[in-house]
Design a protein around this ligand. Structure first.
Ligand SMILES: Cc1cc2nc3c(=O)[nH]c(=O)nc-3n(C[C@H](O)[C@H](O)[C@H](O)COP(=O)(O)OP(=O)(O)OC[C@H]3O[C@@H](n4cnc5c(N)ncnc54)[C@H](O)[C@@H]3O)c2cc1C
Length: 248
């Protein structure tokens, strides 16, 4: 998706607005925002994104929350040199942002595949959380989900507890792997789980979980380098593949 560029005219002035209902800082450069649209936000498919703005600068954000939830939940990484995220970082409860009146995107669950192998780095986990929240909310069955979540440090996961709980409650449906790529650094000192970049451990878990290319769609979302590596591995092994790049 091409990012809209700011202009001297605030093209967002007439857009609906959403109130910051809640804000939570998760790490030095990661935060969650819960938005309450002031007018009804049309229902959307889990995995889609919304477009929000401050002072006329707009960007896309995948939606963490499932459609049945009251607020739109977002998980945002601060890009210090970026245009919008430093403004989002400063938002407080009851501040407002512009919001385009509907969600978009095709990075959604494809139910015709029996199994779904989802690879993410940091904020790239967002669409997968939304898809799984919705799946269990609707009481659906019959699919398998493998979620690989990678980050440099354990503090960057954001949704690891929630995904681990889903995996514990639905062991035949969800397999969850979290991996840290900088295990020797101070910020990872208590880490005892998997290590290595998400793209590097993908092959190991495709084998370990005996994932079948004939019935599986591999999804990749997050760091562009990870996405490229997973795309190549998926093609080499004959898997169908879909990606969502947050930046290039
Ligand atoms: C479909 C879609 C969904 C998205 N969902 C999310 C989401 O859920 N959470 C989220 O945090 N972002 C998400 N993004 C990225 C988001 O739209 C912005 O690009 C990002 O927040 C940076 O905005 P900015 O205005 O601060 O930086 P910009 O001024 O747009 O960018 C400054 C520079 O930083 C690079 N950049 C942008 N994001 C990152 C990053 N995370 N890490 C390193 N470099 C980066 C850009 O390529 C550019 O070179 C999504 C993007 C798309 C296209």
């Amino acid at each position: 998706m091409q990012q809209p560029s700011p202009t001297s005219i605030d093209r967002t002035a007439k857009l609906p607005r959403a109130r910051v209902a809640k804000r939570e800082q998760c790490a030095d450069d990661l935060f969650k925002l819960w938005l309450e649209p002031e007018t009804r936000f049309p229902t959307f498919k889990p995995g889609q994104y919304c477009t929000i703005g401050v002072k006329g600068i707009e960007r896309a954000y995948s939606i963490v929350s499932a459609p049945h939830e009251d607020w739109l939940e977002l998980f945002v990484e601060l890009v210090p040199e970026g245009e919008l995220t430093p403004l989002l970082w400063k938002l407080a409860v009851d501040d407002t942002v512009s919001i385009r009146p509907r969600a978009k995107g095709v990075f959604v669950m494809s139910p015709k595949f029996q199994s779904h192998f989802m690879v993410s780095t940091v904020t790239g986990v967002v669409p997968f959380v939304g898809i799984l929240r919705d799946y269990f909310h609707k009481g659906e069955t019959g699919h398998k989900f493998y979620v690989i979540e990678g980050a440099s440090y354990p503090g960057e996961f954001g949704y690891d507890d929630e995904l681990a709980k889903m995996a514990a409650e639905h062991p035949d449906t969800v397999k969850f792997v979290v991996t840290v790529s900088r295990p020797t650094e101070e910020k990872s000192k208590d880490w005892i789980g998997e290590t290595g970049r998400a793209n590097v451990v993908v092959g190991k878990y495709l084998d370990q979980f005996n994932v079948d290319p004939a019935t599986t769609l591999i999804y990749a979302c997050g760091h562009p380098g990870m996405i490229e590596d997973v795309r190549v591995e998926a093609a080499d092994k004959g898997f169908a593949f879909i990606e969502e790049k947050f930046w290039v």
